[in-house]
Each structure stands twice: as C-alpha cells, then as structure tokens.
Design a protein around this ligand. Structure first.
Ligand SMILES: Nc1ncnc2c1ncn2[C@@H]1O[C@H](COP(=O)(O)OP(=O)(O)OP(=O)(O)O)[C@@H](O)[C@H]1O
Ligand SMILES: [Mg+2]
Length: 203
C-alpha cells in the first residue's frame, strides 16, 4: 500500500479537493482507502454525500497513536493506496501522517500568501523525512503559473500537472462527486495527468 498525504500549512489551498479527485481517479486503477485527520472533516462530509461505496473511509481520529495504528491496520487489508487529508496546521497528527507518507502532495495556489507558507511546510515535511512534490492548485493565468512554478522549483519538485480553478470542483462536491466524475472533461484530463505523475514519482 502506498500512502499519499495532502499537506500544507496554508488553509484553503486545495488539499481536500485534490484528495478527493485523486482518490476517485485511483479507484479506477485499484483499491483506495481514505483517512481524514482534519477535525473540520471536509473529506468526511463529501464521502457521506457520495452514493457509490467505492472508497473506504477512516475518520474521527485525532490522536497520533490512533492514526499510526489505523495506517498499520489498513496496510494489512489489501489496499493499493491510502490517501490522507490533513488540517492546514502544524500538529502531532499531521507529523505522524507525514512520517507514513510515500509521497506528500503540497498544493500551492499561486498567491503570495501560499508562497509564504511554503518554507514552514517544507521544513515540517523534511523533518518527517518524507518525499514531496508541489502541485499548483486553483490556477487561473498561465503566466502566473509559470512564475510560481519557477519560484517553487527552488524548494522542491513541481508536478508538471496542474489543477486549474474550475467551479465544477465545488459543484460536484455538493453531490459527493469529483469534477471529473460530474463530466468535466478538462478536470478529468488534469487529474489523470496528476495521478500518472504521482504514480511515476512513487515508482
Ligand atoms: N481547483 C479548484 N477550482 C475551484 N475551486 C477550488 C479548487 N480547489 C479548491 N477549490 C475551492 O476552494 C476552497 C478550498 O478548497 P479545499 O477545501 O480543497 O482546500 P483545503 O486546503 O482542503 O482547505 P483547508 O485547509 O480548510 O482544509 C473550497 O471551497 C473549494 O471548493
Ligand atoms: Mg481541507
């Protein structure tokens, strides 16, 4: 089982949206489990609205020891991938999740506020000894994407696949779906490309 963790100390950068999108895409390729360690529970609420029972969810765990135990239990259950959604804050639970990660995805919305959060986020991930990639998230203009990508490249690897800003993400989420599942072809292309890249990096 490969563990993919969504993490960044900047709130609202797209962690939960990307967690859902890649989870749904990965169910087309194997068995996927979700672990929501964000007390806000965005991923959990989405999962509860979802009608298809294709994703196993573990939620409501906040203590570090509970989280590492849950990951170990899932390892014995034949899942191909586990996706962990974390809160946008530095805490012990997130540190445990980072330590279990095969790959951490760090969504970065191209804005100064998100860029300012990159240093502390990267330090926390490095402390945990995890591999990570930046994923440009909620992007609009190509020029700003290029510029942000260049700045980020000084700190780590930047996924060539980006997640564009699309209203379809929020709309689909109200029905427990992803934008791709709701029929948004551009979002489907983006997530397929992102998942291909993520799998390639994890090897
Ligand atoms: N690619 C996108 N296009 C349009 N809207 C998006 C996109 N990604 C996220 N959003 C919207 O931005 C908001 C924040 O996204 P999301 O909840 O995924 O971020 P987060 O990093 O999980 O936030 P938090 O730190 O609060 O957990 C949500 O309203 C979501 O619908
Ligand atoms: Mg979230």
């Amino acid at each position: 089982m490969q563990v993919i963790v969504l993490a960044t100390q900047k709130g609202g950068s797209g962690k939960s949206t990307i967690a859902r999108s890649i989870a749904a895409e990965l169910t087309r390729r194997g068995r996927v489990a979700l672990l929501d360690i964000d007390p806000q529970g965005s991923l959990t609420k989405w999962w509860q609205r979802r009608e298809t029972e294709d994703l196993q969810l573990i939620t409501g765990l906040t203590r570090a020891d509970q989280i590492s135990k849950a990951v170990e239990t899932l390892r014995g259950q034949g899942f191909d991938w586990l996706i962990i959604d974390t809160p946008g804050a530095r805490d012990e639970a997130t540190r445990i999740a980072l330590r279990s990660a095969d790959l951490v995805l760090v969504p970065v919305h191209p804005s100064q506020d998100d860029l300012d959060a990159v240093g502390p986020t990267v330090a926390e991930i490095r402390d945990a000894g995890a591999n990570f990639i930046f994923v440009l998230s909620r992007t609009t203009r190509a020029r700003i994407v290029d510029e942000t990508g260049r700045l980020l490249a000084a700190h780590g690897r930047v996924a060539p696949a980006i997640v564009g800003a699309r209203v379809a993400h929020g709309e689909a989420a109200t029905r427990g779906l992803t934008a791709a599942e709701a029929g948004n072809a551009a979002a489907a292309d983006e997530v397929r490309e992102l998942v291909n890249y993520v799998l390639e990096v994890m090897g």
